[in-house]
Structures are given as C-alpha cells and as structure tokens.
Ligand binder design. Sequence first.
Ligand code: SF4
Length: 467
Amino acid sequence: MSKGTLFDKVWDLHTVGTLPSGLTQLFIGLHLIHEVTSPQAFAMLRERGLKVLFPERTVATVDHIVPTENQSRPFADSLAEEMIQALEQNCKENGITFHNIGSGNQGIVHVIAPEQGLTQPGMTIACGDSHTSSHGAFGAIAFGIGTSQVRDVLASQTLALSKLKVRKIEVNGTLNPGVYAKDVILHIIRTLGVKGGVGYAYEYAGTTFEQMNMEERMTVCNMAIEGGARCGYVNPDQVTYDYLKGRDFAPKDTEWESAIAWWESIKSDADAEYDDVVVFDAAEIPPTVTWGITPGQGIGINQLVPKPEELPEEDRFVAEEAYRYMDLLPGQPIKGTKVDVCFIGSCTNGRISDLREAAKIAQGRHVAAGIKAFVVPGSERVKEQAEAEGLDKIFQEAGFEWREPGCSMCLAMNPDKLQGRQISASSSNRNFKGRQGSSSGRTLLMSPAMVVTAAIKGEVSDVRELL
Ligand code: SF4
C-alpha cells in the first residue's frame, strides 16, 4: 500500500467518507465539462429535479465537435450545432462558466484549464474525457469519468471510487536530441503495456521529468491512461510554480506564498512507500513511432515491426490483428512507411511548445507532394500566441494548413477525418482502428517534430536527420 505519496495525501484530504459499498466518496475540486459527455448528464439531473451543486467548481468548453476550418454558426453539421446549443443552454441555466468559440479562452478542455491556472497542485479534477490525466502534470489527481459520473459530480461534487495503488516510474538522465516527451511516454507504454497500469496511479519521477517544462509533463501525464493507469502525476516543483504564477486563476498576493507552502506539503515524501517502482534510462529512449493499433505497439524509428515470436504470448493475438489492419509485415522497417496525412494537434501535443518545436523543423522546408498536412492549435490562446511568434507563417510557407482550435482529427467528431485507407502521422494519443474518422484509416503516433519530418519526407522518417 502506498504511503506518504502525493496520491495518498491528496486522496485522504479529499475523502468525504466511506460508502456502504466500501468505495471512497471523494470530493472533486474542479469539474471540467464539454459538449460530448455532458448533455445526457444534465438531462439526468433535470429528470430528478436536481441542480448543479457547485456551479463555480464547474468549467465548460467546446472542443470535440468544432470544425477547424469554418467555425461560423450555425455549424454545417446539424448534430454538432445541436450539441453546442445544448451546452450553451445547460451552462446558462446552471450558472456555469462556458468558454465558447470566439471568447479568447476556448480550446481543448485539457489545454484551457492549465493555461488559465485552473489546474493546480493538490486538486482533485474530473472530466468526462479519458485524457483528464493530463492535469496530473501539476501534482493534481485527475481522471476521466463516464457520463453517469459526470451526473454524480454535477449533483454532488463527489465521486464513488476505489483507491488506486501507486507505481513510481522513474526516468533519469537527459533526453537525446530529437527525443521528446511524447517519445518518453510511448516508450513507457511500450515497455509496461497498455494494461500495465490498470489499478494504478503513475507517479512520474526522476531527473528527466524534473528537467521537463510543464507542457512536456502534460504530454506524459496525458497518455498515462493509454498505459492503463487511471491517472498520472508529477510532484509540483519550481517549474510548476513558475508556470502558474500570474495566470488568471492562480492564487495572488499573500495567498501565493501560502499556496506554495501547501503545495510543497502535499509532495511525495522522500521515504514514501510505493506499490511498485520502475526505472528507465533517458539515454535509451529513441524517437518512437507506433506501428499497430494500440499505443503500446511502438518501436524506435530504426527498429523493425516486431515478429510474433519476439512478443510476449499475450500480445501476439493483437499483433496479428495489427499486421493485417495496418498492412505491415513482421520484420519490416517502420522507417520509410508512406503517409498520406500529417496532423499536429490534440490535447497531447497541441500546446505552444509543441508548435514551437514543430516549427523549428518545418522552417525553410516544404511538405512533400501529395501530402495533406495541417496544424491545429490546442486553444484560442495557443493560436494567438503562435501567430504572435509567426509560427503560422512558418507552417503555411512550408505547406501546412493553419486551422482554428479544437480536437480535430484526434477523434474526428468533426469534419477533419481520414479517408478510406489513408495513413496518418499523428501527434495525438490513440491509434485504435477507425479512431481518426475512417473505419479503415490508419494512424501512426509520434512526436510533433516527427510528424513534420514525415510530412517533409512523405514517409516515416528520423527527425534527427533534419536537426
Ligand atoms: S484532443 Fe483527442 S483525446 Fe484530447 S480531448 Fe480531444 S478528442 Fe479527447
């Protein structure tokens, strides 16, 4: 049983009580909602004649369904228009702050909360979206919930949950050039498996994470869920405090010093006990690309698609399915795989530092003939900042389309979709069958810098050749 960890402390401090079922009733400090998983929850509340208990602890945005080319209203897709209208109405009726398109604050839910300083250390955060784990980068306990749980949080600001075990994942050392936070998390998932984290919270520790900026930490925590962990976190430190200071909802004046004292107190103790510890060496992590249909099916850029006999027995069935679906042969190099679409964006890699890194590779180069390449900023603030720095021009001159903020082709609940068997090099987080909008479309996950490299070369390539 974990003891003295941040997870333990935050969990205990937010425990309201133990339910007859044995589950913990956990208070949720911040509830983030969006248009996809909230309408049914509000409807359930209405059916029972309930009100939102703490509207001031709920913040809404619209992200999954928004078009990234033409955002004028009404949306061309009537279902998308219906969904945004439902959210507008629900927020109005319940006094919930809604960051709508054009507000200057709209964007992907996991991008906007940190950038506004809503996400803070020691909080419990829930959202009806799996990648809520992103907020753990601040030392918060943050997890995705289902629609009935969204209802529960709206009505009671609490959730019934069983406590998780804690695995410390330590990565030490400096990353090699061309290796990014995305490669780190793909490497971890590839090693521990997509189910390796089931029942665990992941604590990311070690000098590699200490050296990362907050956005890199968010990329890592974002994909904790892809490794099966319900949440992932990094203990707060000076990097966290520097990022938060001055943001809209960060504590101000005298409250700032007491907030830091509190945040320091909830860090994992030096002698904390963990349920498991795994250690990685940063120097051994290569630029990583997925070849299959789960985020765990990843390999180094210069490695070969694994043969069934090289895989643990329990992974062979999914591997066989992946060879067929992806049209890749065991033993073939992933490098050189032709791509059709290159997508930079999502809550994993649609932040300003991602766009800066991607622009460094794109500058002075051009997308290969026949490739559709586009960049979707994670939020209106990211877009504004990128344009102030001239990143939009760099991308456009290189042949990328520059779009409006939203989830875009990460989940393709909007017009951005793969067509037929197209292969995409994608900076998003899931390569499941059909994830990017075509039931036969194929996705290769990689870092934004690697996506740009693929766009320029027209095939999966090693970013280090362009550095
Ligand atoms: S970018 Fe993708 S993973 Fe993130 S919230 Fe949107 S659809 Fe979900």
